[in-house]
Design a protein around this ligand. Structure first.
Ligand code: SAH
Length: 233
């Protein structure tokens, strides 16, 4: 059974976009995952297929109408899939959540535009809000692609080398160690000798130390959480 994704958007033509390329695109062609896009506008029975209106209480911008968005949602064959609205107010997406989503049957993603969705449809359809970070995009489409790319690359048979997935940043709670390839000397900078020593134990130790050092310096938040987990065993 392929991983089923449905995207509700005012710009369905944006998909698959970058998700049609490279390993993610190949996985789409090979039915490891499927992508259904629904045009929110096609669910409007209002004049000129309008989907938005002015905010109650006044202020700038427009708000997506709850009736139109709900009609679009209700047209989706849900099949136990989480219903997610990409939103800067949501819980920030993490690799742990990505992994959890990748082990499920699929996702339904709603992309906002303008000021976002009317609050009532979020409540009435029990929609989960997920953010991709503390900044504001013009719409949810790119955020949906970020989530899909992160999830799909974890599906069995997509990335090829499952070991490389396990070693990545965040999977262990640490940032990844630095990478080097040929040439051994480039612009006077040399690849660390230990990586060319053939001593796997020494390489592992070096990588581990670099991971810890980088995390400690760059991401004290992750480092503290890592130490805490370690102390608790
Ligand atoms: N007025 C809103 C922002 C609207 S941006 C606010 O201040 O919270 C328009 C749309 O872009 C949103 O409905 C959402 O779908 C998407 N979006 C913007 N930033 C995002 C982020 N950081 N993560 C996920 N989606 C985002």
């Amino acid at each position: 059974m392929s991983y089923r994704t449905t995207v509700l958007s005012l710009f369905p033509e944006a998909f698959p976009g970058i998700l049609g390329t490279s390993i993610i695109g190949r996985a789409l062609e090979n039915d490891i995952w499927s992508l259904e896009t629904l045009d929110i506008r096609s669910f409007s029975d209002h004049k000129h297929r309008s989907v938005d209106d002015t905010p109650a209480g006044g202020g700038a911008g427009m708000v997506l109408r709850p009736d139109v968005v709900a009609t679009a949602i209700d047209a989706v064959d849900r099949q136990d899939r989480p219903l997610i609205y990409l939103s800067p107010r949501g819980k920030t997406l993490t690799q742990a959540r990505v992994r959890e989503l990748s082990s499920g049957p699929g996702v339904i993603l709603i992309c906002g535009r303008f000021e976002g969705l009317d609050e009532r449809v979020i409540e009435a359809r029990d929609i989960e809000e997920v953010s991709i970070g503390d900044y504001i995009l013009a719409g949810g489409e790119v955020a949906a692609m970020v989530l899909l790319e992160a999830v799909v690359r974890l599906l069995p048979g997509v990335a090829g080398n499952d070991l490389s997935l396990e070693e990545e940043s965040f999977e262990s709670g640490l940032l990844e160690y630095p990478h080097y390839t040929r040439p051994r000397v480039w612009e006077g900078r040399t690849t660390p000798d230990v990586l060319l020593s053939g001593d796997h134990g020494a390489v592992d130790k070096w990588r581990r130390e670099k991971s810890e050092e980088l995390t400690r310096i760059r991401r004290p938040d992750l480092w503290d959480a890592f130490k805490e987990r370690k102390e608790q065993g």
